[in-house]
Ligand binder design. Structure first.
Ligand SMILES: Nc1ncnc2c1ncn2[C@@H]1O[C@H](COP(=O)(O)OP(=O)(O)OP(=O)(O)O)[C@@H](O)[C@H]1O
Ligand SMILES: [Mg+2]
Length: 232
């Protein structure tokens, strides 16, 4: 579904070239849980940004369903990130002035724009989103905290709100960049299990430096100094 072909990503560090990704080739299949493992600074986030179109490779290419991301307009790529992809980051970014439920609904299309994503997921509710958001948060154990503000939630609870936001509507791919890094082991495992169990037929790409978080992965690739080292 997503093909990375001989992609390199070079940053300009005050005139010095830094190869964050070096000639990477990799494919993400429909429905697959792909783990990307590697130490700090190895290029994991950079690879994730290439796969989702947030960054454009310096050389090589990335294609989504046969279409090169760099050939799409900025609007088309934004549409893809908003509708087909979901994101979970290390820090649970929530708007401090909106409740848990409102944070999940932010950015989702209104009923007037209703559109099916084509992904089978319990949360694909024709984008008639509020009931689906409530159901999803309830399924994530936050049914009694829908109206809490972010400062009234623990770190793990905030991360579950972010997961609900990433899953709502049914996404083709959820990209998670170190979603467990700020959590203790038990909560970290719970977050991964939540992502795995609730992604429906969508794919999951998860970046981490902790191999114990990838025990449920279908495939794990290891990245080191911007190069793919092994496929487990
Ligand atoms: N904007 C930038 N400008 C220059 N160099 C950068 C930039 N972003 C990242 N890098 C460098 O690219 C390399 C890969 O960074 P990346 O963020 O992809 O690593 P990572 O594996 O995600 O690390 P971590 O586990 O710490 O998040 C690092 O050497 C980093 O310093
Ligand atoms: Mg990173």
């Amino acid at each position: 579904m997503i093909e990375v072909r001989n992609a390199s990503l070079v940053y300009d560090d005050h005139g010095r070239q830094v190869f964050a990704c070096h000639d990477l080739t990799l494919e993400l299949k429909d429905g697959e849980f792909l783990g990307i493992l590697g130490p700090s600074g190895s290029g994991k986030s950079s690879l994730l940004y290439l796969m989702c179109g947030l960054k454009t490779p310096t050389s090589g290419e990335v294609a989504y369903r046969g279409r090169t991301l760099s050939s799409m307009s900025e609007d088309e790529r934004a549409e893809l990130r908003l509708r087909q992809f979901g994101f979970v980051f290390q820090y649970p970014y929530l708007l401090g002035y909106l409740s848990a439920l409102e944070n999940v609904l932010v950015g989702t299309p209104t009923n007037g724009e209703a559109k099916k994503s084509g992904i089978s997921s319990p949360w694909t509710n024709g984008w008639a989103t509020e009931p689906a958001a409530r159901e999803l948060l309830t399924g994530l154990g936050l049914g009694d905290k829908l109206h809490r503000m972010p400062f009234e939630l623990s770190g793990g609870e905030k991360q579950r709100v972010c997961i609900a936001r990433a899953l709502l509507g049914g996404r083709e791919v959820v990209f998670a960049d170190e979603p467990t890094a700020n959590l203790d082991h038990v909560n970290g495992v719970a977050v991964v299990e939540t992502l795995v169990a609730n992604r429906g037929s969508g794919s999951l790409v998860m970046v981490t430096h902790d191999p114990t978080m990838l025990e449920k992965a279908d495939r794990v690739v290891t990245i080191s100094d911007g190069r793919l080292a092994a496929s487990l």
